[in-house]
Design a protein around this ligand. Structure first.
Ligand code: GDG
Length: 572
């Protein structure tokens, strides 16, 4: 029996299927105790003492050793190209590539080729110490899954832009579930499968589908986008079923505290489930929720920025020629309506009306999801705004205030451009984190750094606070315009004072810390205690120091009871 898998190996007294109604999630006392005693019978190992607990804990905390034979499996919709000459066009790819290369994980995702019948698992390909296993997903469902439910319902809802949500179509939801089933089946065919780390809103119910296939390994989920408030979540069709399915994960990770709080509020408001210390207990077991603010590799950006000024000197100086002596602001975004590019250009318009020929904006816009009307419309709106501003404020000598680059640039070029720009403009209406904000900071010259203007609704604003970055309301071109003027006039000493603490934070929690942290916590999330420790079952506390205090019996959702009639009160 898998020592990391007590809860899931227990036959459920009252089986709860993935289609259970919310009230079924709460277990009655008798069921819970029956599960405990069945688990105790199956697990009794009288010789095990505390040293075993410790040994198991060590194994649980060091995922690398735990996974020496069994590979960590990372799942996301798209898999990166791993081609250094090709740009990373999205935050998820930028974040996971170094994780997979260094950890030896197997990264699975859609191949981009669709299959006529059911899913098809392609041969594994090596990248660094890691491997990639691409999956051909069923043509019959992929578009409705991807363009339909994932990107026209969940994406706008999770960014609290309900007006952007497409009218609900039952077929889209059906396809969303079908693709999750296909992915689960493909994963179940992977050999040497260890813990599974699922990424993003495309795969909310994947953990549940994997459990239905009796997959026993620890399964964690990380959401790269924000999680909305209950009133917004309510507008997502099948939100009950989706949230309930997420309780099949052992660990659910969010970018920020406010996303995590929103998720817990949604569980309470929509499923009636209480949480304590960010743990939720249901008939599916224990789900721990935690924040893991995603980072970057700041050292790589420092190196790239320095190298870029030498390697790409010519391109950078020809771009500087186009500035015609004006200061430079930079924006780098997928062309997505959440990114607030329109308000940024309107703000530039205001600045230039006030101070003509003072600043240029280099906007790198990577085309994204162009097959969705909301995206193609947004992209043409940006095109017209850029033309208007260039027509209005450009000079007869050929200066154009907005340099709009839709082609891809390499990461090294990007780092050089960040370093050249006096202002970094990051103004999403809402964003899970926003890696561009962090990359801009990392690429700066420590002796003459630029100023980051940052939307207060980007996850990054929780870390890079208002004393460091200039926080703005992304819906207000006025606010952004004021910040641009402040940034361009800021004295060098103040720029350094603001930049240093941001850089310290980026170095203190890198992308590598982020992945290690998540995997360590995923290890903790599985119960690994011998039979005589069963009173701790379900909580994942593995030694005395981590144990919750138990005090006056208190109702914890009516679901949890100490075997000796003492109920846990989770530490606050
Ligand atoms: C999602 C969440 C969260 C873009 N254009 C080029 C290029 N990029 C790179 C950037 C950056 C990445 O793409 C974009 O990352 P973001 O974080 O800004 O945004 P999303 O794609 O929306 O990512 C987001 C992220 O996941 C991670 O969790 O932060 O909130 O929405 O790395 O540099 N890179 C290159 N050339 C380009 O033309 N080389």
């Amino acid at each position: 029996m898998d020592p990391f898998n007590v809860m899931k190996s227990v036959p459920a007294a009252a089986p709860v299927t993935s289609r259970a109604r919310p009230e079924q999630l709460k277990m009655n006392q008798a069921d819970f105790e029956q599960q405990l005693s069945q688990a105790a019978l199956g697990r009794a190992r009288p010789a095990d003492g505390p040293h075993v607990v410790l040994a198991q804990r060590e194994a649980a905390t060091g995922m690398e050793s735990q996974l020496s034979d069994e590979k960590l499996v990372v799942v996301s919709n798209r898999v990166s190209t791993f081609d250094p000459s090709k740009p990373k066009t999205g935050g998820l790819a930028a974040a996971l590539e170094p994780v997979v290369e260094r950890s030896g994980a197997v990264w699975t995702g859609s191949s981009g080729t669709l299959s006529e019948g059911s899913e098809r698992l392609n041969d594994l390909k090596r990248h660094g110490t890691g491997q990639v296993a691409k999956i051909d997903l069923p043509a019959a469902h992929y578009d409705s899954f991807y363009y339909g439910f994932a990107n026209s319902t969940l994406w706008p809802a999770f960014h609290s832009l309900t007006e952007r949500m497409s009218p609900s179509e039952e077929a889209h939801y059906k396809s969303y579930r079908e693709i999750n089933c296909s992915m689960a089946r493909a994963l179940s065919r992977l050999k040497n499968r260890g813990a599974i780390w699922v990424h993003d809103y495309h795969f909310l119910p994947l953990g549940d589908e994997l459990r239905e296939l009796s997959i026993q390994q620890p399964i964690g989920f990380f959401l790269h986008t924000p999680w909305p408030r209950p009133d917004v979540m309510e507008k997502v069709p099948h939100h009950h079923e989706l949230m309930e399915s997420m309780l099949a994960y052992d660990l659910v990770g969010f970018q920020t505290r406010s996303d995590l709080d929103n998720f817990l509020c949604c569980l309470q408001a929509h499923l009636g489930l209480e949480s304590k210390s960010d743990a939720v207990i249901s008939a599916r077991g224990l789900t721990r929720c935690q924040t893991f603010p995603i980072g970057i590799d700041p050292k790589q950006f420092v190196d790239y920025a320095v190298q870029s000024l030498a390697t790409h000197r010519q391109e950078i100086s020809s771009m500087q020629d186009k500035l015609d002596g004006t200061k430079l602001a930079i924006g780098v975004d997928r062309l997505d309506y959440t990114k607030g590019i329109d308000n940024r250009i309107k703000a530039l318009d205001q600045v230039l009306a006030d101070k003509p020929h003072s600043i240029s904006l280099l906007q790198i816009g990577t085309p994204s999801r162009g097959d969705i009307p909301a995206y193609s419309e947004y992209q043409s709106d940006i095109d017209s705004l850029v033309s208007d501003v260039n027509r209005k404020h450009g000079t007869d000598q050929g200066w154009k205030p907005v340099l709009y680059e839709k082609g891809h640039v390499s990461q090294m070029q990007l780092a050089g451009l960040y370093r050249t720009a006096e202002v970094g403009l990051v103004t999403p209406l809402r964003d899970g984190m926003n890696l561009v904000a962090k990359e801009y900071v990392a690429a700066q010259d420590p002796n003459d750094p630029g100023v980051l203007i940052l939307s207060k609704f980007a996850g990054a604003a929780e870390d890079l606070n208002g004393n460091e970055a200039l926080h703005v309301d992304p819906a207000s071109p006025d606010d952004i315009a004021t910040a641009i003027s402040t940034a361009t006039e800021m004295p060098r000493e103040e720029r350094i004072e603001r930049w240093r603490p941001m850089m310290d934070k980026l170095e203190a929690y890198t992308i590598h810390d982020w992945s290690k942290d998540f995997l360590r916590e995923l290890g903790h999330s599985r119960v690994a205690v011998p039979a005589d420790q069963f009173r701790y079952l379900g909580f994942g506390w593995l030694n005395e120091a981590e144990m919750p205090s138990y005090e006056t019996p208190e109702e914890l959702n009516g679901a949890v009871k100490h075997v000796q009639d003492t109920r846990w009160v989770l530490p606050s």
